[in-house]
Design a protein around this ligand. Structure first.
Ligand code: AQP
Length: 345
């Protein structure tokens, strides 16, 4: 069992995480989240529950046909990356109504000020907060429900989700306190590895993101070998060569990002990578990185394309997963309703 999972509280260890079908999967999603989901699945024996969070995706406008395709493609991505529906529960959020039912309870537990402090809310709503959707503001309460409706104890995520997970902990603590129960676990974020925050290839101060208007800023899991090589060749760098120690990457965000990506893909530490490539110029390092990225990503994108040929099979897997998820979520929601005082729960 994964060490982080072993250090759990009195609740049975259970891992939950989700990814939004708000566009195609990026290398950031893969290294920061999906690859680590697979590690946690394989580390067993704890249950692993993974979700396509389509209700989160619609907090900003999504074209309905594209959302459907992105949800199925994300499911194909999970499976191609190594999530096995026989070992993990794999489903889409809107198929399990308990998420939104618990989210309403949490909307009434969480405070407005908590939501307004969230960096993601500020970034995504921008200067036009009055015109942003109410769902975008309430996003973290739904995320808390996604996690706590399974009594999940451990949530593997990228660095950017740390603040939302702290809010999930605050929701659990406040609920337990307000109703004088010890019902919801105080979830542990699991943020590990060399690539917990993969940055844009065009701007080392911005996160690599599915919704970045510039396609050159990210590597998509469906990019072919030539596109990957071209994007890496054009990735922003600085004129210096690579250092031999991690401290030489300080104040060099673009160089650090490419080294982190190499470390994440090759499953080495940054120090191990620099011991090999220290002293090289980017003209030498970038082709090495391209070759590694293609070697690791091509089998996944080929398998995703194959799985996407049979959408009925994907829908079958999602329906099966939703049934399994509901079996865990329904009694937890029922008990929550009883605690809150709903008649006929
Ligand atoms: N750049 C990243 N580096 C490391 N981890 C990342 N994650 C996302 N981007 C990076 C992790 O992937 C998981 C799923 O993220 P998400 O799709 O639910 O939402 P997000 O974090 O908002 O991802 P995007 O790609 O930036 O989506 P959009 O553009 O729609 O907002 C999370 O665990 C996240 O940490």
């Amino acid at each position: 069992m994964n060490e982080a999972v072993q250090t759990s509280s009195t609740f049975t260890p259970r891992v939950f995480s989700g990814i939004q079908p708000s566009g195609g999967l990026t290398l950031g999603n893969y290294l920061g989240a999906m690859k680590r989901f697979v590690d946690m699945q394989e580390a067993g024996p704890h249950e692993t529950v993974f979700c396509m969070v389509d209700l989160h995706a619609i907090t900003v406008w999504q074209d309905p046909a594209k959302l459907q395709r992105a949800t199925r493609e994300l499911c194909a991505g999970f499976i191609a990356a190594g999530i096995d529906p026989k070992k993990s529960i794999l489903f889409n959020q809107s198929a399990v109504a308990e998420h939104t039912q618990l989210a309403w309870i949490f909307n009434c537990v969480a405070r407005m000020g908590w939501m307004q402090r969230m960096t993601q809310w500020k970034d995504k709503a921008g200067k036009n907060q009055q015109n942003a959707s109410l769902g975008l503001l309430a996003y973290p309460a739904l995320m808390a429900a996604d996690i706590l409706v399974y009594h999940a104890t451990h949530v593997p995520v990228g660095e950017d989700q740390k603040q939302h997970l702290e809010l999930t902990r605050d929701v659990a603590i406040k609920f337990n306190h307000d109703y004088d129960v010890d019902f919801f676990p105080v979830t542990e974020p699991v943020i590990e590895g060399a690539a917990t925050r993969v940055m844009s290839l065009r701007d080392g101060s911005k996160k690599m993101s599915k919704s970045d208007p510039s396609d050159a800023s990210r590597i998509n899991m469906t990019d072919d070998a030539d596109t990957i090589a071209k994007k890496i060749r054009k990735a922003k760098t600085d004129p210096e060569g690579l250092p031999s120690e991690a401290k030489g990457l300080e104040d060099r965000p673009e160089a650090r990002n490419l080294v982190n990506i190499y470390a994440g893909l090759s499953e080495q530490s940054v120090e191990q990578v620099l011991a090999d490539v220290g002293g090289k110029q980017f003209s030498e390092f970038k082709p090495m990185l391209s070759e590694l990225a293609v070697e690791k990503l091509a089998p996944i994108s080929t398998e995703m394309a194959r799985l996407m040929q049979d959408q009925a099979e994907i829908d079958k897997i999602l329906a099966l997963g939703a049934g399994q998820a509901r079996e865990i979520a329904a009694p937890i929601l029922k008990k929550t309703y009883e605690i809150v005082g709903m008649v006929g729960a």
